[in-house]
Design a protein around this ligand. Structure first.
Ligand code: ATP
Length: 944
């Protein structure tokens, strides 16, 4: 089959492909999104599951509700593949075009997304096989280009990145490279020899991947797998310049989203599922934010390793195709809707793919950089190659010198031998005494002064020396042996002189070489400095961004100091309020009568505690305190399971009234009422004054004053609470800014005005919060309170932000600590996930105990049947409670769960009173703020 250069998408739907005005090298286009429905599985068939979805045409899918439900039922995509569609068709129409872009220098990513057991791995295997086949076909048909393929593969398992070609390397680190994006450090990259080799490598990865059995899939992928093929191709043009394309093709098989209740996951599977869901949640958030066209705002790529690694494929320099897989079964309808909702958002994400061409200039720069690195390394190295070469020259010379020395030694020995022979010869021939004395000394002098004795001879002695020499020559002629020996000596002397000169020359050369090498190194160092400064000049834009960062830091410091000063204002305000509260309590005590005491159903000694009463400020702090932050002075270690503990004072929470603790007024013997405060008698008036009426008026007036103070205090409390929340929000922002500073990520999203309508944002945020509650094993009572109180009112914005941010922060913080999942909303995480799960279990038991007392028999039976609790089963109440808040994807389930928990703990959903007392969160708008008008004179109130 002929595989040509990839063309435009084959989709019949007109998708935006905008060429950039600057030229055709940047391609702005939306992600290609297709949906594949698999056939009903054996398991689904065995359970008589119904087919709930139908493909009406190549682009649309419709939900066929058996209950004729009128929910959103129709979805449209670039392509929809029915259960009978072959994988080749899915590849041809939903992936091929994008995949083959990598051959012409455009990064490409194909990934499969969908619920567990929906067919992702099945589909991606086929896509990979087809893509490999076509890539090699293309290479075969393009002989004019030289192709180099490199293969690497990784999996993200429980938020840990593992090399599938080298598992032994353990957990791999991610690094942010300003040019290349996120890099997986030490990931093995193997050069691919041919198609067969490539298939072999893919098979190795398949075998290495984490797979486990769940109730829905015997071979469920428990990790996200990314296979990366880097394709480089070069063409030598007639001009001699080499043009190269380089691009990566990512083939991503995601792990499937899952509901613990459906997969029956526990232990390892539960932990895996929690990580899978969390990273998919980040992926969904990233897609959702990108689909809103908010590329300039903060996109939380860094919240998961998956989105970090795939960052360029999500709204960046890549062409991307997503194949969403789904089961047609009615039992999975909620999960399928989530998949389709993800797919709908993904359709709106725009990428900017570019042709990555390596031009000659770039190569030159790269070459220069390489050269600099090499020279630097050489300079740093203890054995630079130039020095090692020098060393060998020196060693050679040393050897020569050594050899010469030996030769000289040899010559000296020969000389001594000759001298001694000469001596013995002289003795044998009976040379005269004078001659005897002169002869050897003369020889010695010749040897010592290299045959020139002019330096020691004077003009007067010179002729005598000549005569002597002549006599010697004569003698040598007469005696053959001595003359020959003298000749030999002369020869040796000459040789000795030659060797000395040679040694001196060699040393001279050596010195020169050393000097030139020094000079050379200096030149090299100068070159390096020059090149470095050139490279630095190329990086000027970086310094600009540093300036911006500095600006951010200044803002950050300002924010922190503002936040700190706000903190102290809040504290002083709280102290003042505490005092006011005490005064009120005293007043209440003073003006409450005996009759009221008897009316009060609760005995006076049983003091009720207000849960979030300001006089109990520690309690309030614990509710509105920000999450554990390095900046928060209030960050203290809490009991790890406080959040999840069933409160012991829910009745009092519910009552929402001030303390019923009363102190009876004293009654003196004459019937005068004594103020309990100072004992001043209140004299009974004569008959002309109706004493009882007076008392009542007096009491009413006092009560009026108390009410007015109380409402003022309540408002003050609300303002404090609001300040506290704003403080929290600031903490979150500061943390986020700090994080952005650390990572060089973009600045806070808060400066980015959201064009999205609030009600849509609210829905999305609520979904995220619900998922995070689930992942964090947050108390059901807390979830219920929050869910019931915040229903999308614009004033809820701040609470939603705070809840979302602190949960996100906590979740990430704990996962950084290596904990699978946090337990609490409190300042410190639980020691382990199991501790938080235990706490949640205790809370469920507590709620189960309340089922009988808080629900009527009819209500109970109705719920048992609705929640499928078999009749006559053991612990039906607990079974019911155990089903509550277990499916974060199903909003109907969440709503019903919240209603049941609210009933069990007695929350009044709509009651304003209840909201105030439960959360202290009902903020008044600034315009509504009342100021306390001061004490009303009792006389005024009595109209006296
Ligand atoms: N289009 C299809 N046609 C026939 N069988 C399919 C199809 N898609 C999936 N299957 C079968 O369904 C089962 C589940 O598929 P698969 O393992 O690919 O799901 P998955 O989405 O990767 O699941 P998980 O997320 O748990 O890994 C497998 O037995 C697979 O053979």
């Amino acid at each position: 089959m002929m595989v040509g250069t990839p063309s435009t998408p084959l989709s019949k739907i007109q998708r935006a492909t905008i060429s950039t005005p600057g030229g055709p090298r940047v391609r702005e286009e939306k992600i290609l999104v297709t949906v594949r429905i698999r056939p009903l599985s054996r398991r689904e068939q065995a359970l008589y599951d119904l087919i709930a979805w139908e493909c009406v045409d190549d682009h649309s899918i419709v939900f066929n509700s058996p209950n004729h439900d009128r929910a959103v039922n129709s979805y449209t995509f670039d392509k929809v593949f029915g259960p009978s569609s072959a994988t080749r068709k899915v590849y041809e129409e939903g992936a091929k075009d994008v995949a083959l872009s990598a051959l012409t220098g455009m990064n490409a990513t194909i990934f499969a997304y969908g619920q567990t057991s929906s067919g992702k791995t099945y589909t991606m295997r086929g896509i990979t096989e087809n893509a490999v086949k076509d890539i090699y076909e293309h290479i075969k048909n393009t002989p004019e280009r030289d192709f180099t393929l490199k293969f690497s593969a990784l999996e993200i398992y429980n938020e840990t990145v593992v090399d599938l070609l080298n598992r032994d390397s353990g957990s791999l680190r991610l690094l942010d490279d300003p040019e290349k994006g996120t890099i997986v450090v030490k990931l093995v990259e193997e050069v691919v020899k041919d198609g067969q080799h490539l298939r072999h490598l893919i098979n190795i990865c398949e075998a290495q991947r984490q797979v486990g059995e769940t109730a829905l899939n015997d071979k469920s992928s428990r990790s996200h797998q990314i296979i990366r093929l880097t394709i480089e191709s070069s063409l030598r043009e007639t001009s001699g310049c080499v043009k190269s394309f380089i691009a990566s093709l990512n083939l991503v098989d995601l792990a499937g989203s899952e509901r613990a209740s459906q997969t029956n996951a526990d232990g390892t599977r539960l932990k895996e599922g929690s990580h899978i869901n969390r990273s998919l949640l980040t992926l969904t958030t990233v897609i959702r934010k990108l689909s809103g066209g908010k590329k300039s705002g903060h996109i939380p790529y860094r919240d998961s390793k998956l989105t970090r690694i795939l960052q360029s494929s999500l709204g960046g320099n890549a062409r991307t195709a997503i194949i969403c897989t789904m089961s047609p079964a009615l039992s999975h309808v909620e999960q399928t809707r989530n998949t389709l909702s993800f797919a709908t958002s993904a359709k709106e994400v725009t990428n900017n793919a570019q042709i990555n061409m390596v031009v000659a200039d770039k190569r030159l720069v790269k070459h220069l950089q390489k050269e600099v690195a090499r020279l630097e390394a050489e300079l740093r190295s203890p054995e630079p190659s130039s020095f090692s070469c020098l060393r060998s020259v020196i060693a050679e010379k040393d050897m020569k010198i050594e050899q010469m020395k030996k030769e000289m030694e040899e010559l000296k020995r020969e000389r001594d031998l000759v001298q001694s022979q000469l001596e013995s010869e002289r003795k044998a021939h009976k040379v005269p005494k004078g001659m005897n004395q002169r002869g050897p000394s003369e020889v010695a002098r010749c040897l010592s002064f290299h045959g020139d004795d002019s330096s020691t001879s004077t003009p007067e002695t010179r002729p005598r020396n000549a005569v002597r020499r002549q006599a010697m020559v004569r003698q040598s002629v007469t005696s053959t042996d001595p003359s020959m020996l003298v000749h030999e000596i002369r020869k040796i002397e000459q040789r000795q002189q030659q060797l000395g000169e040679e040694a001196n020359r060699a040393l001279e050369v050596l010195h020169k070489e050393v000097a030139s090498h020094r000079l050379g190194n200096q030149e090299t160092a100068e070159n390096i400095a020059k090149l470095l400064s050139e490279i630095q000049n190329m990086q000027v834009p970086n310094s600009i961004s540093e300036e911006i960062m500095e600006g951010d830091q200044a803002n950050l410091i300002e924010e922190i100091s503002r936040f700190k000063s706000q903190g102290s204002t809040i504290e002083s305000l709280e102290r003042k309020l505490e005092n006011v509260q005490k005064t009120i309590d005293q007043l209440v005590t003073s003006f409450t009568t005996h009759e009221e005491t008897s009316e009060c159903k609760t005995p006076s000694k049983k003091k009720k505690i207000l849960p979030f009463n300001l006089s109990n400020s520690a309690n309030m702090q614990s509710i509105i305190r920000p999450p554990c932050s390095p900046l928060s002075s209030s960050c203290q270690v809490r009991e790890h399971d406080r959040e999840n503990k069933a409160p012991e004072n829910y009745d009092s929470v519910r009552s929402g009234n001030l303390s019923c603790k009363v102190t009876p007024l004293k009654n003196d013997e004459s019937g005068n009422f004594l103020s309990s405060k100072d004992g001043t008698p209140v004299t009974r008036k004569s008959n002309s004054v109706n004493v009882k009426k007076m008392q009542k008026m007096f009491k009413n007036a006092a009560e009026e004053n108390i009410r007015s103070i109380r409402s003022y205090v309540t408002e003050l409390k609300e303002r404090v609470a609001k300040l506290q929340y704003q403080k929290q929000l600031l903490v979150c922002q500061v943390l986020q800014l700090e994080e952005a500073n650390d990572s060089g990520a973009e600045a806070s999203e808060y400066s980015d005005p959201s064009p999205e309508p609030w009600h849509l944002m609210f829905e999305e945020q609520r979904k995220e919060i619900i998922m995070l509650w689930h992942l964090c094993h947050v108390s059901l009572i807390h979830r219920t309170q929050f869910y019931m109180l915040f229903k999308g009112d614009p004033n809820d914005k701040i609470y939603m932000e705070v809840e979302l941010r602190r949960l996100t922060w906590l979740e990430r913080h704990l996962s950084d600590l290596g904990n699978a999942s946090p337990a609490l909303l409190g300042d410190e995480p639980a020691g382990s996930v199991s501790a938080s799960i235990r706490a949640l279990k205790q809370e469920r038991e507590y709620l189960a105990k309340r089922v009988s007392s808080k629900l009527t028999v009819e209500e109970r039976e109705m719920l048992y049947s609705k929640w499928e609790i078999p009749p006559g089963g053991k612990q039906r109440r607990l079974q019911l409670v155990n089903k509550l808040w277990t499916d974060p994807y199903n909003m109907q389930h969440i709503k019903e769960s919240a209603e049941i928990v609210a009933k069990l703990v007695g929350f009044c959903e709509s009651g304003e009173h209840a909201s105030k007392e439960m959360f202290e969160l009902t903020f008044v708008c600034p315009s509504d703020k009342k100021t306390w008008m001061g004490w009303n004179l009792i006389s005024n109130l009595l109209n006296l």
